[in-house]
Design a protein. Structure first.
Length: 290
């Protein structure tokens, strides 16, 4: 048994290396392990001190920055912007804008005080930015289109006249011939009442002081010339005043547009009423004087 065990064991050991291809294959795998994905290799061999190579580093992930929300300002019936928060804080510290000015930014339903903007600060900045001209923004409810909505279909005509108003006065033939009717038609009721007062005063002077006819005609022509030469300028002041009132109210976009439609545009009924009522009043004054 000893000889058999020894010889058999020796024979078994020899066969393990020479006669069994399966054992040879397993031994080769243990002696030379296969490279796994992601392992550092040089010509398919494991890394050692003699053939070590640098492992490539994975690039850092790219972080997407959230876009900054733009801020719009309303002043004198016009919209300005967009601005960044840094520009707003810089302009506030420089005294260009105030915390009580009206502002709007994405996500707000209406205009609010500038101090409501998250991150708003009045501390001194490193650089002040001057205001820029407003740029178009499709979905922003601001006063950018308010003048057009307020004036109505003849906005292009008056906008062209107002551009020239910076250097010289323009002429309005409708106001020259219609006078009181044109003012009331454009809903300029304050100017309409002032003109009615002037006409009543002129009639009273004619009755009391017995003005000659040519003097009365000269006064009427002077009033017509004043209306024709100043009407576009008066209308511009009227529009700007109304837009400032609407902007300062801080209402939502829908409420602002409703008020623009209500207070802007034209009113033919008011035009006829002012003309007819004033004419009846002047005729009554003359009749009572005689």
């Amino acid at each position: 048994m000893q000889d058999f065990d020894h010889d058999g064991g020796a024979g078994h050991e020899d066969s393990a290396h020479g006669d069994s291809p399966i054992l040879d294959h397993l031994a080769e795998e243990f002696l030379h392990p296969m490279a796994t994905p992601g392992a550092d290799m040089t010509d398919g061999a494991p890394i050692s001190e003699n053939n070590a190579v640098a492992r490539p580093r994975r690039p850092p992930p790219i972080r997407k920055r959230k876009p900054a929300k733009h801020i719009y300002l309303a002043r004198n019936g016009e919209r300005f912007g967009p601005y960044t928060l840094e520009q707003i804080n810089a302009a506030t510290a420089a005294g260009r804008i105030a915390a009580g000015d009206l502002a709007w930014m994405e996500g707000w339903s209406g205009w609010q005080p500038l101090s409501s903007v998250p991150g708003f600060s009045t501390s001194s900045p490193t650089r002040a930015y001057p205001p820029t001209r407003p740029r178009a923004r499709p979905s922003a409810p601001g006063p950018n289109d308010w003048p057009r909505l307020f004036v109505g279909e003849n906005y292009r005509y008056y906008a062209g006249k107002w551009e020239v108003e910076a250097s010289k006065r323009t002429w309005n033939w409708a106001a020259f011939f219609l006078g009181l009717g044109w003012l009331a038609y454009r809903k300029m009721y304050l100017y309409s009442w002032i003109l009615v007062g002037l006409m009543v005063l002129e009639t009273l002077c004619e009755i009391v002081f017995d003005f000659p006819g040519y003097l009365s005609r000269a006064v009427n022509i002077g009033i017509a010339v004043a209306c024709g030469s100043q009407a576009n300028h008066w209308y511009k002041l009227h529009v700007e005043k109304k837009l400032r009132e609407i902007a300062s109210a801080g209402a939502s976009a829908e409420a602002a547009r409703a008020r623009l439609a209500r207070e802007g545009g034209t009113n033919m009924v008011a035009a006829v009423g002012f003309v007819a009522g004033t004419f009846a009043l002047l005729v009554l004054m003359v009749a009572l004087a005689h």
